[in-house]
Design a binder for this molecule. Structure first.
Ligand code: Q9C
Ligand code: ZN
Length: 685
């Protein structure tokens, strides 16, 4: 298994700046890169990464996404004087040139290609390139939005050409639409481009019709461009996660990329003067985590925007720390997505239902609303100043007001993420070999006489079997050390999964336990009745009505062999429920005889580790030792195996998932995929 996280940075890319007055461009400063890198150094994260040198991209590489005329034009800029630079700049929108920017732009592309080379050849698992200038707005023959060359678009072409990548996913979480990337791959089905972006019905820059949800790609590329426009500012953690669960992840898993790029702009974080969103920096830990099991873990994050230096530096650290494998912070207090976000989610899902079988049961599109669609951008109104050209007193006034407002935005610094010194502990019968890199769990001391008696009485029908008493004792001891954050996760082979689960849920000190129950056997009633356990039962036999808010049976008619169906349930139901519930512990119990594809089991094990600070305890039936190796691998932090492109899940099952979602979404708003007052008359399942 390839491990390690690359960090690619060079101070040289801080060595250009705006040389004249331009209120639009003044936020794109060298300090963006300096503070990001310094924060990584200060927190000790930089030291834990594999540092890889940058290089200049060659002409041939730049030409993978740009025209010769444009490249030749940019090549002249190092020799231009101030006046000439200003004139050249005016040919493009919201960008500036400097005598050193061509050099830096070649380094930014080269840094991204270095990252791709190291990830694709397995020298590292994943990585981040900290670059300036950014790339996602630049187009074949145009600089735009602070971007000169399209770093990620070039790198995606490069990965296809030089590393035989067949399918590339680009996730653009920058707050602006990366129209340059969209144009580059418009008709290309081998590159799936996803972007969310501040849009406000086309009144926000770059004010393009083609940034709306109905630009899905063209020709063979139809369906491979996914836009989620934000029509309001202030989008937060729940909105971002809801889009991941209900739009991006299902489509991404169905697509099954060989490589994932993140256009990692952090102007989508709180405090940013461009984005005006309210998602906190720690959300990027989760967004990153949720992408890290695609493409066998091959994730290349490349910096784009981000203009609040505090928010930017914190968000970069969250992203890199997650790439390194540290546990993600607990995402606190998630609600559902707001109404406007739900409208965007609904629109994206319904326009894409004909391209992606995971969305086939999404609701029909909303009827056209003259109030929102087809509206030309207003006179650049809203909270933003006039776009485009510099100058104007009115604009300066507005800017002053804006600056004042921005100073008031404060948020708590993300908590330090401490990884327990022991990553994984295994409780295995002596005869079962311990996989490489794992430790057998051994408690500091054995059970005292009282503890012995209690375990025998409660769980062993007074049996004198020493081995059973010891095993149960060890289980609770392992749980105890996990809950003290001394051990991150664990795996136990037990003679009776139901009994072990009962013991652990009752012994847990966590206020909330998430129990994921895989297989057809019944969940012990003691667990269902207790107040602190949310049970999600995948592959329950009967689609019975949930009696309790805390027991959620997800039936699978087609059976557990339906990888696409189970994955759909995991992404669209289990994860939103888990994130909303905020468990302190996740128990993953696999009943005897439950047959499931290894890769799918790994995906489940890996994805659940985003919850509860990574405190996952897996229970397997003692004599079913086959999954031990693949489970341990995931607990140790290796990426889950890719599932390959998914086929359509069983239509009956998808239908029943949707009905379940409808029933549960009042209690669990993170399950919502459509706006409340439009919900009534639109479900078609
Ligand atoms: N107030 C990147 O984030 N100006 N580029 C927009 C709207 C251009 C952003 C003006 C913003 C470009 C990489
Ligand atoms: Zn941006």
């Amino acid at each position: 298994m390839k491990m390690g996280t690359a960090l690619i940075y060079d101070e040289e890319m801080t060595k250009y700046k705006l040389l004249w007055v331009d209120p639009v461009c003044k936020i794109e400063v060298p300090e963006r890169l300096i503070v990001s890198y310094e924060a990584l150094v200060k927190s000790g994260l930089a030291d834990r990464c594999v540092s890889i040198p940058v290089r200049e991209a060659t002409d041939a590489e730049i030409l993978l996404a740009h025209s010769e005329e444009y490249l030749e034009a940019v090549k002249k800029t190092p020799f231009m004087h101030l006046e000439e630079l200003m004139t050249f700049t005016q040919k493009y929108g919201d960008v500036y040139f400097h005598p050193n920017i061509y050099h830096c732009a070649k380094l930014a592309v080269g840094a991204t290609l270095q990252l791709v080379d190291n990830v694709m050849t397995g020298k590292v698992r994943n990585g981040m390139a900290l670059v300036r200038p950014p790339g996602h707005h630049s187009q074949s023959s145009a600089a735009n939005g602070f971007c000169v060359f399209n770093n990620v678009a070039i790198a995606a072409q490069y990965a296809k050409k030089h590393h035989k990548a067949k399918r590339v996913l680009i996730v653009d979480w920058d707050v602006h639409h990366g129209q340059g990337v969209q144009y580059c791959f418009e008709d290309d089905p081998s590159v799936l481009y996803f972007s969310w972006h501040r849009y406000e019905h086309q009144s926000f820059w770059p004010n393009l019709k083609e940034s709306d949800f109905d630009s899905v790609g063209s020709g063979k590329g139809a369906g491979f461009n996914v836009n989620v426009p934000w029509n309001k500012v202030g989008m937060g953690n729940s909105d971002y996660l809801a889009v991941f669960f209900h739009v991006l992840l299902p489509v991404a898993y169905e697509f099954s990329p060989d490589l994932v790029f993140i256009c990692a702009g952090f102007d989508s974080a709180i405090g940013d003067p461009e984005g005006h969103m309210s998602a906190t920096p720690d959300i990027f830990a989760h967004l990153t985590h949720l992408l890290m099991n695609l493409a066998d873990g091959k994730v290349c994050a490349v910096l784009e925007g981000g203009y609040n230096l505090t928010s930017l530096a914190q968000s970069v650290c969250q992203t890199v720390q997650t790439l390194l494998g540290d546990p993600a912070p607990r995402p606190a207090q998630l609600g559902g997505a707001c109404e406007s976000a739900l409208e965007s989610i609904h629109s994206a899902r319904s326009i894409h239902k004909k391209y992606w079988s995971c969305l086939q049961h999404a609701a029909a599109p909303f009827p056209e609303e003259p109030s929102s669609k087809n509206r030309r951008p207003a006179q650049q109104g809203g909270s933003q100043g006039p776009e485009g050209d510099a100058g104007g007193d009115a604009q300066r006034e507005e800017e002053k007001v804006e600056e004042k407002e921005e100073e008031e935005i404060v948020w708590p610094e993300p908590l330090r993420r401490v990884a327990p010194s022991l990553r994984s502990a295994l409780l295995l019968p002596d005869a079962v070999e311990c996989p490489d890199g794992c430790a057998r769990f051994s408690p500091a001391h054995g059970p005292g006489p009282l503890e012995r008696a209690r375990l025998r009485k409660s769980y062993l029908k007074e049996s004198e079997d020493e081995a059973s008493v010891t095993l149960l004792y060890n289980l609770t001891a392992l749980l105890g050390q996990m809950e003290k954050n001394e051990i991150r996760n664990g795996l136990a082979l037990v003679p009776d999964v139901s009994m072990a689960a009962t013991l652990l849920t009752s012994a847990s000190l966590s206020k909330r336990v998430l129990l994921v129950w895989m297989g057809e056997g019944p969940v012990p009633s003691q667990i269902i009745e207790d107040e602190k356990t949310l049970v999600v039962h995948i592959n329950s036999m009967e689609p019975h009505e949930a009696q309790s808010k805390y027991y959620i049976p997800i039936p699978l008619k087609k059976g557990c062999g339906d990888t696409a169906g189970v994955m759909q349930a995991v992404l669209g139901l289990l994860l939103p429920l888990g994130y909303q519930y905020e468990p302190g512990l996740v128990l993953l119990a696999r009943l005897p005889g439950y047959q499931v594809e290894g890769g799918l089991w790994q995906q489940l094990t890996c994805l659940l580790q985003g919850l509860a600070l990574g405190h996952t305890l897996v229970l397997l039936q003692e004599n079913e030792t086959a999954p031990v190796g693949i489970t341990a691998s995931c607990l140790l932090g290796n990426a889950a195996l890719s599932l390959g492109p998914l086929v359509a899940p069983g239509p009956e099952d998808v239908g029943s998932f949707e009905r379940l979602r409808l029933r549960l979404q009042t209690d669990w708003p993170l399950l919502q995929t459509t706006a409340p007052e439009k919900r009534r008359n639109k479900m078609d399942c």
